[in-house]
Design a binder for this molecule. Structure first.
Ligand SMILES: Nc1ncnc2c1ncn2[C@@H]1O[C@H](COP(=O)(O)OP(=O)(O)OP(=O)(O)O)[C@@H](O)[C@H]1O
Ligand SMILES: [Mg+2]
Length: 293
């Protein structure tokens, strides 16, 4: 669904250049539910905006659903945004109108899009578990319920890809969990590819693959050992829990690797940019440089 190679995004503000993405590689399979984590300013929203066609990459290559996002014409980009992708933001004020009901909020973009093959607004609300609140005004709904309305809207154009930027940033942890469960259901039932950006490592653990961005590049990737269902079954059966994910560092095409700073500290690397690399018994060993090096 997504293939990103050496993706670069440079923002130019007056005389300043900000390298928001610095050669990012990422592949996402069709039907995957995955999360992107990373510190503030690491480039998560920038990446999501590129994937959603809201902004264009500066260099590198990016294809989404078979479309080349760098070569796409403006008119094709407009169609892509309208037909292929759904967006959910943290701040749902960007998605919703407070003085309309839940149902009217979902109907409005459907009417505006004028598409023939459209889902009915009520079906969409039911799909997100909010059928019973359809006639409530937005301000009568909780933050989590409002976020569900936003998700219903994002699904209205029957997208193949759903992008969510901090979708649970403004709700409590119980609600966050419910929203994630909803994403998981949608992923399964509609075979929808979903990419979620989050700050919350606990939330990220609920998906099968978590990719960490650091300084505009993928730095590590965590893969789930067992499926989430399998894990839940074991939990219910009362079995002891091992760590749910295995973490891998990411090698770039030139063989470069980012070593976490606490690892470097632990082996006493400081005031130097050199490490000794040795191959031993099929393992690679990193040690601090000899004195004077
Ligand atoms: N429109 C813009 N113009 C200039 N610089 C920008 C613009 N948008 C983002 N940046 C810069 O690009 C870098 C990456 O920003 P981005 O919004 O992608 O980070 P993020 O990982 O989403 O952070 P957060 O977790 O705080 O949302 C930051 O240094 C940011 O200041
Ligand atoms: Mg952001």
């Amino acid at each position: 669904m997504i293939q990103c190679d050496g993706l670069v995004k440079i923002y130019k503000a007056s005389n300043l250049e900000v390298f928001a993405l610095q050669g990012l590689d990422l592949a996402v399979e069709s039907g995957e539910l995955m999360a992107i984590i990373g510190n503030s300013g690491s480039g998560k929203s920038t990446l999501l905006n590129m994937l959603g066609g809201l902004d264009r990459p500066t260099a590198g290559s990016l294809t989404v659903d078979g479309k080349d996002m760098l070569k796409m014409k403006e008119s094709e980009l407009v169609r892509y945004k309208r037909e292929s992708v759904g967006f959910v933001w943290q701040n749902n004020a960007r998605n919703l109108i407070p003085y309309l009901t839940a149902l009217e909020n979902v109907e409005l973009p459907i009417l505006l899009s004028g598409r023939r093959k459209r889902l009915r607004a009520l079906e969409l609300l039911e799909a997100v578990g909010l059928g019973h609140r359809a006639h409530n005004k937005l301000h009568q709904l909780s933050g989590g319920e409002q976020q569900r309305v936003a998700i219903a809207i994002a699904l209205a154009n029957q997208p193949r890809l759903l992008l969510a930027d901090e979708p649970t940033g403004s709700v409590d942890s119980r609600m966050a969990e419910q929203i994630l469960d909803l994403f998981r259901d949608l992923n399964r039932q509609l075979n929808l590819t979903i990419v979620i950006v989050t700050h919350d490592p606990l939330l990220a653990k609920k998906v099968d693959r978590v990719v960490a961005i650091r300084d505009g590049k993928i730095s590590s990737e965590m893969l789930r050992r067992k499926s989430y269902d399998e894990e839940l079954r074991e939990l219910e059966a009362g079995h002891a829990q091992e760590e749910s994910h295995v973490e891998y560092a990411i090698l770039d095409k030139a063989g470069r690797l980012q070593v976490p700073s606490d690892y470097l500290q632990a082996i006493g690397i400081k005031d130097t940019n050199k490490v000794k690399l040795e191959l031993s018994d099929g393992q690679i060993i990193l040690t601090p440089p000899e004195k004077g090096a």
